[in-house]
Design a protein around this ligand. Structure first.
Ligand SMILES: CC(C)(COP(=O)(O)OP(=O)(O)OC[C@H]1O[C@@H](n2cnc3c(N)ncnc32)[C@H](O)[C@@H]1OP(=O)(O)O)[C@@H](O)C(=O)NCCC(=O)NCCS
Ligand SMILES: [Zn+2]
Length: 302
C-alpha cells in the first residue's frame, strides 16, 4: 500500500533497498584498508565481494499528489495512478448515484453556481452515513481525502453526525453524453464546543510575557494558538478538499458558505460569530479559514 508524505517533495527517486548496495570487504569482516602482514612477511590479499542490486524498484514520491509508492510494483503503480487522477481532477458523480438520489435523500442545494473560470456547477448535500451505491461513493471520496491529508478515517459514530456537501461540475468524457464530476467536498459535523483562536498579537504578547502556557498550542509553525475555554459551537468541519486542478476558483468558499447556511434547519450559521470550527488545519486550510472566517473560525479536536 503506498504511503503518503505530508510535505511536498520534489521528484525524489531514492532506491529502497539501499542496504543491499553495501560492498562487503574481507571474510573476517576486518577493515580492508590495513591488511595484516602474514608471519612470512607477504601481504595478505583481501577478498572483495560486490553485491549488485538486481531489482529495479524505487520509492517515488509523486510531485502532483505527494503519494509515496514503489515504482516497478504494478499494484502500487495502479493504486497511485487512480489516487493521483482523483486528487487532480476529482471523481465521477455517475448516473447510478443520480438514479439513487431520492432513496439516498440527496438534495440539490444550489444550481448554476458560477466559478471564477466561468464554469457553472451545483452543490448537493446528503447524510454522510448514507448506504447503497451513494454510501460506497462516500467511502471512496473519504478514503481519497484522508490519504491526501494523512488523516485517519472518520469513525461510523462521527459519520452519523455529519453531512457531506459536494461540488459537481459538468464534463464531457471522450465517449458518450455529458457527465458530472465531484471536484470539491466539505464534511460538516454536529459538534458541541470549540476553542476560539487568539489573534497573533495576543499570542506573541503572551509569549513575550512568559504566559504562552495560558494558551493552547495548535500549530507553532503557522502560529495558531487558542484560548482554552470550550465555547458552544454548532458546526465543525473535519474534512475539506478540492481537486488540485480546480483550486482557487472559490469552490471551498462556496461549499463552506452553503454548509453554514443550510446545516441547521432554519438557522444560518455565521463563521464570523464563531459558529463554525475546523479541526487542526493544514497550510491551505489555514489560509481559507482566515479568508472565509475572518479569523473567527474556531478549532476543535474532531
Ligand atoms: C484548502 C482548500 C480546500 C481550498 O480550496 P479552494 O477551492 O482552492 O479555496 P477557495 O478558492 O475558496 O479560496 C478562497 C480564498 O482562500 C484563500 N486561499 C485558499 N487556498 C489558499 C492557498 N493555498 N494559499 C493562500 N491562500 C489560499 C485565498 O484568499 C482564496 O481567495 P483567492 O483565490 O481569491 O486569493 C484546497 O486548497 C485543498 O483541498 N487543499 C488540500 C487539502 C487541505 O489542505 N484541506 C484543508 C484541511 S483543513
Ligand atoms: Zn501522483
Amino acid at each position: 500500500m503506498p504511503s503518503q508524505k505530508r510535505s511536498q517533495s520534489s521528484d525524489d527517486t531514492s532506491p529502497v533497498p539501499q542496504k543491499r548496495r553495501r560492498i562487503l570487504t574481507d571474510n573476517n569482516h576486518r577493515s580492508a584498508k590495513t591488511p595484516k602482514p602474514k608471519p612470512d612477511g607477504k601481504q595478505q590479499k583481501s577478498l572483495i565481494q560486490l553485491h549488485f542490486c538486481t531489482d529495479n524498484t524505487v520509492l517515488r514520491t509523486c510531485p502532483s499528489c505527494s503519494l509515496s509508492y514503489t515504482k516497478g510494483v504494478p499494484e502500487d503503480e495502479a493504486l497511485h495512478s487512480t489516487h493521483c487522477a482523483r486528487i487532480q481532477r476529482g471523481m465521477e458523480w455517475g448516473r447510478e448515484e443520480e438514479r439513487e438520489r431520492v432513496k439516498a435523500d440527496v438534495r440539490e442545494i444550489e444550481a448554476g453556481v458560477r466559478l471564477k473560470s466561468g464554469v457553472k456547477g451545483r452543490i448537493i448535500c446528503f447524510r454522510a452515513d448514507v448506504g447503497g451505491r451513494t454510501g460506497s461513493k462516500v467511502t471512496t471520496i473519504l478514503q481519497t481525502v484522508n490519504l491526501a491529508l494523512s488523516a485517519p478515517p472518520l469513525t461510523p459514530q462521527v459519520l452519523r453526525e455529519c453531512k457531506l456537501y459536494l461540488f459537481l461540475v459538468p464534463y464531457q468524457p471522450k465517449s458518450g453524453a455529458s457527465r458530472e464530476k465531484i471536484v470539491g467536498c466539505v464534511v460538516a459535523q454536529h459538534i458541541k464546543s470549540a476553542m476560539a483562536i487568539a489573534t497573533s498579537a495576543v499570542a506573541s504578547e503572551a509569549t513575550t510575557i512568559g504566559e504562552a502556557a495560558s494558551l493552547v498550542t495548535v500549530d507553532t509553525g503557522m502560529g495558531i494558538f487558542c484560548y482554552p475555554e470550550h465555547l458552544p459551537t454548532p458546526m465543525g468541519i473535519p474534512r475539506l478538499f478540492v481537486a488540485s486542478t480546480h483550486r482557487r476558483q472559490g469552490i471551498a468558499s462556496k461549499l463552506l458558505t452553503t454548509a453554514a447556511k443550510t446545516f441547521i434547519h432554519g438557522y444560518e450559521l455565521d463563521p464570523r460569530k464563531g459558529e463554525v470550527a475546523f479541526t487542526q488545519p493544514t497550510g491551505d486550510g489555514n489560509a481559507i479559514m482566515l479568508k472565509w472566517g475572518g479569523g473567527e473560525v474556531r478549532i476543535y479536536s474532531g
